[in-house]
Each structure stands twice: as structure tokens, then as C-alpha cells.
Design a protein around this ligand. Structure first.
Ligand code: CU
Length: 344
């Protein structure tokens, strides 16, 4: 009995905590895009409940009504009854569908129209601030707004200023993916050979988790993105730091680590701006130490997880396009990790 009560209270506490977390909640939102979708969902849901209740009241009324004989009832097609068919079967559904349609158009206005490849225009054409490219199974993030020397590439973590809309162009390098940060905006697919657009705005400071929402292979479930919404001045400081090349190693261990990194296969796939490493098929590592997660936010970004990732990527995220790299001895591995950890 006692253990059952303990189990119950654990479950309840877990549910309560899970409720507080709300990191990927689409009904309790923090941005206008997701807000209008959530509002529409509640509206349609409540309307559905009202219609259902009215229907059941009418059905039960019909069932429970005292029956008379054929003599006491007129035939059903005599007078009046058809009016109810026209109202209940036609007029009310048309009004409800029309209102829902207009409200969904309002929600769609949150997604910017944009020039397509042939140069045809939508209702307005917006230069994107950020290009996000889906890869199996991580997100390439290119800041492409502003002058050329203010542009940079990062991965898996998108920073935005609070209270300002950011236009994002969505593309894919391989298969279909879908970009979805539920608390901020509806999902938009990333389609091969095509550019889709999304306008994202966060009303509150915070870290918002998102998720690839279109099945894209073995590690689809481990393709997470985070959006960090910051006060404008913190955001500007972050940007100013991100355009800088990688910090130079200073301790002997970090210097050895950089040599290990540059002589290992890492540089074929990864870039570290300011060094010889210029690979473009994997996440940019110039400021890897400043990111919160590793491998599309599958693991926390710390020494132990980094060490494990470098040597066992295939066991941790099977089928990923990074091999297990097993050529290092202990000293080299720790030096490599020390080097990566100072790439703030
Ligand atoms: Cu996916």
C-alpha cells in the first residue's frame, strides 16, 4: 500500500514537472506565429465541442421523446421540417468553415512570401536574415543578413533578438526535413531543390527547443535545434563574437590539440575559421565550445561527451556521417578535447 502511494506521488510529481517544462509545447506559446496557430486550434476545438454537445442534445431529445401513433404525426415531408435541414445541414457548416478559413489565412500571413528561383514574386519579397539547411541529422545555420563581413556559419543553435521578426530561408542538402520550433512558429518543410520561408519571432527571452518534424532516416529523432532568444544588445554581442575567427590555443596542451585536430581527418569535414580546416559537409566548429549541445543537441557539450563523441560517434548516433575516430592515444585525445573546448 505504502509503495503504491509512493509510486503514485512519483508519477504525479513527474507529470507536474513535465507540465512545467513545456519546452516544445504548441499550445502554450511564446511568439506571435505559434500564438495565432494555438489560438486557431483552441477556437476550432471549442467550436467542435459546442457543436458536438448541441448534436448530442438533439439526438438524445429525439430518442427520449414520447412516441405517438401514425395518426398523431403528420408525414415528415409536410411543412416546416426542411427549414431545419437547410439551417443545420448547410447554413451553420458554411458559416463555421468560412470563419475557420478566414482565421487560417490570418495565420498564414505569418509566413513570408519570397521570390522563387525563376524570379516570380509572391505578395512581397523578403531578404532572409538566416538560411537554415537540413542535413542528415543536423542543422546548418548561415547568418546571411547584412554586409558580407558580418556573415558567418554555425550549426544546431540559432540566436534571435527578442521581439523582432527574423526571416528564415529553409533548404535541405539531402532528403526532406521539416523545421519546427513549436513554441515559436508552425512547421515548414525543407524540400530538395526548393526554398521555403518562415518568419520567426520570440516574445520572451529564453531557450526554445525544436525538432525535425519530417522523417529523414535513422537518426531523425535526434535532430534537434535550439533557438536562443536574447535581448537585442546580448544578441548583437553574440553576433559580433560569432563573426570572429576561432580563438588561438594558448596552453601547451591546447596547442598540441590543434596539431592533432589539423592532422586528423576532422578537417576534411569540419571547418574552423582561421585555421586550415575548411570542410563544409559537417557542422562548423569555429565556436563549438559556445554551443549548448553536441550532435544536434543530442548530448550536453562537455569534456566527457566530446571525448565519447569523437571516438564513438557511430555507437552514439548510428549511421551518422562521422566515423569513429580511434587513432588517438589518451594524451592526444585529451589534448584534442582541450583544444575544442577553448573554441568559445
Ligand atoms: Cu528529420
Amino acid at each position: 500500500m505504502k509503495s503504491r502511494a509512493a509510486l503514485l506521488s512519483t508519477v504525479l510529481a513527474f507529470l507536474l514537472l513535465a507540465g512545467c517544462e513545456r519546452r516544445q509545447d504548441m499550445l502554450y506559446t511564446d511568439g506571435p506565429g505559434a500564438g495565432s496557430i494555438a489560438w486557431l486550434s483552441w477556437f476550432v476545438f471549442i467550436l467542435f465541442c459546442v457543436v458536438t454537445i448541441v448534436m448530442w442534445v438533439l439526438i438524445l431529445g429525439g430518442i427520449l421523446r414520447r412516441r405517438g401513433s401514425f395518426d398523431t404525426h403528420e408525414p415528415f415531408d409536410v411543412g416546416g421540417g426542411q427549414g431545419w435541414l437547410a439551417i443545420g445541414g448547410f447554413a451553420i457548416p458554411v458559416v463555421i468553415l468560412f470563419v475557420s478559413f478566414i482565421l487560417s489565412l490570418r495565420g498564414m500571413a505569418e509566413f513570408p512570401m519570397h521570390e522563387d528561383h525563376e524570379g516570380h514574386n509572391g505578395s512581397s519579397s523578403v531578404a532572409p536574415d538566416i538560411r537554415v539547411i537540413g542535413h542528415q541529422w543536423w542543422w546548418e545555420v548561415q547568418y546571411i543578413g547584412g554586409p558580407v563581413d558580418q556573415r558567418f556559419t554555425t550549426a544546431n543553435e540559432i540566436h534571435v533578438p527578442v521581439g523582432r521578426p527574423v526571416n528564415i530561408a529553409l533548404e535541405t542538402a539531402d532528403v526532406l526535413h521539416s523545421f519546427w520550433v513549436p513554441k515559436l512558429q508552425g512547421k515548414v518543410d525543407m524540400v530538395p531543390g526548393y526554398v521555403n520561408n518562415l518568419r520567426l519571432e520570440a516574445a520572451q527571452e529564453g531557450v526554445y527547443r525544436g525538432q525535425c518534424s519530417q522523417y529523414c532516416g535513422a537518426q531523425h529523432a535526434n535532430m534537434a535545434v535550439i533557438v536562443v532568444a536574447q535581448q537585442p544588445k546580448d544578441y548583437e554581442a553574440w553576433r559580433a563574437h560569432m563573426v570572429q575567427p576561432a580563438s588561438q590555443p594558448s596552453t601547451p596542451q591546447e596547442i598540441q590539440g590543434q596539431e592533432v585536430f589539423l592532422s586528423a581527418p576532422c578537417a576534411n569535414c569540419h571547418a574552423v575559421r582561421g585555421t586550415g580546416a575548411g570542410g563544409i559537409v559537417a557542422p562548423d566548429l569555429t565556436h563549438i565550445a559556445s554551443r549548448q549541445g553536441l550532435a544536434a543537441n543530442m548530448f550536453p557539450n562537455d569534456d566527457a561527451d566530446l571525448e565519447a563523441w569523437v571516438t564513438h560517434a557511430q555507437s552514439l548516433k548510428p549511421e551518422v556521417a562521422m566515423p569513429n575516430i580511434t587513432q588517438f592515444d589518451g594524451v592526444e585525445l585529451r589534448a584534442l578535447v582541450a583544444y575544442l573546448r577553448q573554441l568559445k
